[in-house]
Design a protein around this ligand. Sequence first.
Ligand SMILES: Nc1ncnc2c1ncn2[C@@H]1O[C@H](COP(=O)(O)OP(=O)(O)OP(=O)(O)O)[C@@H](O)[C@H]1O
Ligand SMILES: [Mg+2]
Length: 609
Amino acid sequence: MASKRFEDRDIPKTKISMGAIKRAFRLFNYISTTNKWLFLLGTLFLAITAGASILFPKLLGNMMDGVFVYKQGSVSTAPSMDKITQVANWFIYLFIIQAVFSFLRIALYVKVTENMTFSLRTSLFKSVISQNMEFHSKNRVGDLLSRFSSDISQIQDTFTTNIAMFIRQILVMIGGVFLIFKTSPQLAVYMLATVPVIIVVALIFGKFIRKISREVQDLTAQNNIIVEESITGIINVKAYTNELFEHTRYIKNAFTLQKESVIRGYWRGAFSSFIIVCLFGSIVFLIFKGLGLVQAGELGIGELFNFMLLTAFVGGSIGGMAEQFVQIQKTLGAVERVLDIIEMPIESNKSNNVPNFNQPIVFENIEFSYPSRPDNLVLKDISLTLEPGKTIALVGPSGSGKSTIASLIYQFYKPTSGNIKLGNSNINDISLIDYRKNFAYVPQEVVLFGGSIYENILYGNPDATKEEVINAATKANAINFINDFPEKFETLVGDRGMKLSGGQKQRIAIARAIIRNPKILILDEATSALDSESEFEVQKALAELMKNRTSIVIAHRLSTIRYADSILVIRSGKIIENGNHHELMTIENGIYKNMIERQIDPSDYFSEN
Ligand SMILES: Nc1ncnc2c1ncn2[C@@H]1O[C@H](COP(=O)(O)OP(=O)(O)OP(=O)(O)O)[C@@H](O)[C@H]1O
Ligand SMILES: [Mg+2]
């Protein structure tokens, strides 16, 4: 099935409750004070236009009275052209008022809403990118995106349109009922006893029909899936001579579809008969009663006309309110989803302590499980010391926890137990931003941003000069391939860097790390096999990057490991061998020794064993 587009706005409805409404009122915090006043002014204009629209039936009635005068009571005027002209003039004023105030109302509401949407969007974005990795591993990208698109649009629509419609409908309803009673209390009682009841029944009926229609749509979709599956898999259908099977499957579904569609047809017919009989019936009934009153001289013909039009207005408002309710429920849901994230505390610690990286980073008995899988202990009792300026290599089978160790050093996650220290201070007591500023990370799978090569390198240090970018690209061994592109540094790398090869992307990432000039480097070597020439290029670039820096290298190549100051062999979240090359080579039957003797790169060695 085709995936749903965000614009489809499948926003779950939220029950209208005091709590939800109170929360929705918090949206006003995202509107500046001036704009709050403008919103109020817009609402005043809305009331004016609503009032003006109720005057419309009244004026039409007066116009009619200019022609017909049947009322035999105290006041009765003769039919007159003057009166008609006078009312026509009133109409012109009314329309001008309507036009001007409608424009102003919409303009004000849109201005205020856009002001609010701007703050909502920017606060939401800020909150999302400032959340910790735990948040990001729990929330799916699509879900977060939909909060920016459908939820915000829903709130936007509600503020520009739905609230206005809702207020207007309430005003028209109250004003209309008041005027109806004023025109003819007797007829008003008849009207209130019939029209609203019929409208409510019609709404419930309509909802039921929509439900059946949805079922029919689902069946149609299923039907199409069968067609799609059997045509795309036609080789299988033929190879297993399952034509008959598929045909029977299709017939069965198509038959249900036919049956359900016919039933839906009956209900639709019934609905339309219901509308004809009840709604039109009630109108005829009201006119009948009304004309009786006219006959008896208790009501003017214009007043009856006025009454009937007001009835239509009131009926329309009652009918329209149901849709507004649905929209408001959806909006309450959208508000909740947006504010939930905006109001979430962001990743930070209160500390302003500046880190001193001339001291070692120490893991003390670290245990860790990912928040999304608390039962799965990924790291077990890891202790290690990363001396300044030295290189540690982590080797071990896939899934043993190497990248996880790197994430903990970076403070993407907090350990479940144990301490990570920089010198004597716990890293929790150091300003997170200042801490991370000193790191550069070349991840296992390099993902670039969609812009140019230049922008991607600059990302490591947005303040760098052009010379520095070129210099970094040169050190990263990337300059040759960059200059081979016709657009050189301005070459666009495509979505996530798709237009570059794996080795090229890595060298861009290395250049990005070089330009950052970090104190600590974390390098998650890619397992993906580069051809030996690119591997050599990447290798040279890495050697340049690691010069005189504290580095943690998750190594998949013997050449990287060999010169590390210490090598940790990790298996199932535990350090099982620890030492430099010479020390590890003395371990009898040691994994490292075995690997070196057989000249097998770690990634291949562990997949073999
Ligand atoms: N975000 C995550 N949420 C939950 N579990 C995770 C997450 N990332 C990794 N894991 C699990 O943690 C364990 C260690 O993963 P890690 O990525 O550290 O392995 P690795 O040693 O880097 O492997 P590789 O060599 O394949 O990169 C694995 O069992 C993995 O399934
Ligand atoms: Mg990894």
